[in-house]
Ligand binder design. Structure first.
Ligand SMILES: *Cc1c(COP(=O)(O)O)cnc(C)c1O
Length: 669
């Protein structure tokens, strides 16, 4: 008994849990951590604390970890209702159903510290780093009110942003730490509490700790406490700047307080730029550039943070401001500081997130073109693969190889192209996934057989969310010709992004126009898109639609989730898709900017591109039904052929491949 006590005490000390928080000790023993094995956690902490280890700190404003669909922690403590219940309404062209039914969901909510693809990529990166056993620590922020809660406005059609609430104190696996840190903002001390969330590898043999900073403490002034409430709150420039100071400056201080001797600092997007300035307070920046790496995630202008010089000086103080002013002056407007510019000037590795994005970055930042490289994004295969596909791949492991250890081996499904059992297995696995979607949307009369298109992601203008609904009459005629069409849509528009919100309004009013067509055309827009829905939708529709305006989608990742589940792509030629476009993975359509040009973000080309989109929907729908009714049997079905092509490409578009590249080309040098 006594020995057990000492052992547990050592573990608590090692992970730096706040010992005054008694209830957490019920979920932590000398063998278990919230239902998961504790040994890997001890080994990882010891390795990270060792000064001989080449540890990496990965900074990101957001993390989408999807614990509702992968590695769900268990707890003996009571979980607050707000962490379990999430309400989802549906806006459809079957209005009666919308009034009477909610989506039946009761599960742990996903840790609400992300808004979209950037966060999910960061989460998937940590998971693959764990799978590869890398010595890495994540740094992020505990968003006390998440991103925001989307509420449909049924009367006029549109989105109302509401406050999201959840309880960090009863979220399984999230633990409060003992050390606290301070940073100075606008001349005042801000105290930050630290939290930790362990990200386990797929085989449960390794972990990555994720440290989350939190300003919501009674010791802080009210306006400071609110700094970590809402992700990407953009009420004013001061809040934006303070949120970045917490991540960058606070993050570096947190790593010091936790005694991790970090050798490389990776900035996932420029939000974390102030980490560089914080490090440069103690060392000459020119001499330490080699320890910083930077990944840029967007060619969209609005995606680059700019701050007023005077506000920056007043908020961050003299020392930090001097460093930032020296390296981060906006090239076009010298009264502004540009964080992208700052990162380009202060880091030794600069990466875009797909080959195409690298090219675009070199056009946008010609001064740095020799140093801009690209590493194409990926997804964490184990999180996003559906059960029927996983089982099917395991059944054919002899030919495929140990794809769970290395997803790149999924390219070997190509060798199964003539295997009849595999081909019909694929079609069956897909129908099984579709059955789940049909069950989910049964009140809206969705069924397993009807041809189904999915579109779900952040509602941002360059992603052209309204394109599929551009011509409602054309949709009706396609649905009639094919014999049925289902469309499922989801996504949130950032509350301050007015143009995006207008697109959202337009989508909902177009759906309203289609009222009364449900016998042939069913459209559902799901409220509050999240990683749970992302997994459901990317694995269960027939076609994943991706129609950003090239070249503004740096990479995109939701289509990669669809790939591994044999869901065909209907996409414009942008981001990651450029690298797989020749592989017959569906249909590629639409406008392509001239080589060497960046094009015009404001010219959406909706009319031209929707025409080719509709043509392709018709052709693909035709192929789908041919396989469904047996005109084309799985053994000679063009559809199944394309499914196989998707899966064989999916191994490359995994974060396992991506993290290996970062590790070899960026972190090791
Ligand atoms: C994967 C994912 C995204 C990214 O979608 P893109 O198509 O890359 O824009 C956004 N949101 C959620 C919840 C996701 O899971």
């Amino acid at each position: 008994m006594v020995e057990y006590g000492i052992m547990l005490k050592n573990i608590i000390n090692l992970i730096k849990l706040d010992p005054s928080e008694e209830k957490y000790k019920k979920d932590i023993s000398d063998t278990q951590f919230f239902g998961f094995p504790i040994e890997p956690l001890i080994a990882a902490e010891e390795k990270l604390l060792d000064s001989k280890t080449n540890s990496i700190a990965y900074f990101s404003m957001e993390y989408g970890l999807a614990p509702s669909v992968y590695h769900t922690f268990k707890t003996v403590n009571k979980i607050k209702e707000s962490n379990v219940l999430s309400e989802h309404e549906v806006f459809s062209n079957m209005k009666d159903m919308d009034y009477y039914h909610y989506l039946p969901l009761r599960k742990i909510i996903d840790l609400p510290i992300y808004s979209g693809g950037l966060g999910v990529l960061a989460g998937d990166t940590l998971k693959s780093a764990a799978d590869l056993g890398l010595p890495l620590v994540g740094i992020g922020i505990l968003w006390n009110k998440g991103y925001f809660k989307q509420k449909f406005w049924f009367r006029s059609g549109g989105q109302l942003p509401e406050v999201m609430s959840w309880d960090p104190h009863s979220y399984p696996g999230l633990i409060p730490l003992k050390p606290r840190i301070n940073i100075t903002l606008s001349g005042q001390e801000l105290e930050l509490k630290l939290w930790k969330y362990y990200v386990y590898s797929n085989d449960l043999k390794n972990v990555i700790p994720l440290i989350l900073l939190d300003s919501n403490l009674p010791e802080n002034q009210e306006y400071f406490r609110e700094l970590t409430d809402q992700l990407y709150r953009s009420t004013n420039g001061w809040i934006k700047l303070c949120q970045r100071a917490i991540l960058g400056m606070g993050g570096v201080k947190a790593l010091e307080a936790l005694k991790y001797p970090i050798k490389k600092f990776h900035l996932n997007e420029g939000h974390a730029a102030l980490a560089v300035a914080q490090k440069a307070k103690k060392q000459n920046l020119e001499k330490i550039k080699s320890i910083f790496a930077y990944t840029c995630h967007t060619p969209v202008e609005a995606g680059h943070d700019r701050f007023d010089v005077q506000e920056l000086e007043a908020t961050l103080g003299n020392e930090i401001s001097q460093i930032v002013k020296t390296y981060g002056r906006d090239e076009k407007n010298s009264s502004l500081i540009n964080f992208t510019q700052f990162c380009l000037n202060t880091t030794s590795h600069i990466n875009g997130v797909a080959q195409k994005h690298g090219e675009i970055m070199r056009l946008q930042f010609p001064k740095y073109k020799d140093r801009i490289k690209s590493i194409t994004n990926g997804i964490h295969t184990h999180t996003w693969i559906s059960k029927p596909f996983k089982e099917l791949f395991n059944k054919h492991k002899n030919q495929i190889g140990d794809w769970e250890a290395d997803p790149i081996l999924l390219k070997n499904v190509n060798s199964l192209k003539n295997n009849q059992e595999f081909r019909s297995g694929l079609w069956q696995a897909h129908l099984e996934n579709k059955k789940q979607l049909a069950e989910f949307l049964k009140f809206w009369h969705f069924n397993q057989k009807t041809f189904t298109i999915g579109w779900a992601r952040r509602i941002a203008v360059y992603k052209r969310p309204t394109m599929l609904l551009n011509d409602p009459n054309r949709l009706i005629s396609i649905a009639k010709k094919l014999g049925g069409l289902q469309i499922v849509i989801a996504g949130k528009a950032h509350p301050a992004d007015i143009p995006a919100s207008l697109h959202m309004d337009e989508m909902l009013s177009k759906i309203t126009i289609l009222n009364g067509e449900r016998k042939i055309l069913r459209i559902c827009f799901l409220e509050n898109y999240d990683t749970y829905f992302a997994k459901l939708l990317t694995s269960s529709v027939d076609i994943w639609l991706n129609n950003p305006l090239p070249p503004f989608e740096a990479s995109g990742t939701s289509g990669m989730k669809a790939l591994v589940n044999g869901v065909l792509q209907l996409s414009t030629l942008d981001g990651w898709v450029v690298e797989a476009a020749s592989k017959n993975i569906g249909r590629i359509f639409g406008y392509v900017p001239e080589a060497g040009s960046i094009g015009n973000e404001g010219d959406l080309k909706l009319n031209e591109d929707s025409l080719t989109l509709y043509q392709n929907v018709e052709e693909l729908g035709d192929l789908y039904y041919k396989t469904l009714v047996g005109i084309q049997k799985p053994e000679n079905s063009e559809w199944v052929e394309m499914m196989i092509n998707c899966i064989s490409e999916s191994g490359f578009f995994s974060t396992q491949r991506m993290v290996k590249e970062y590790s070899g080309q960026v972190w090791a040098t």
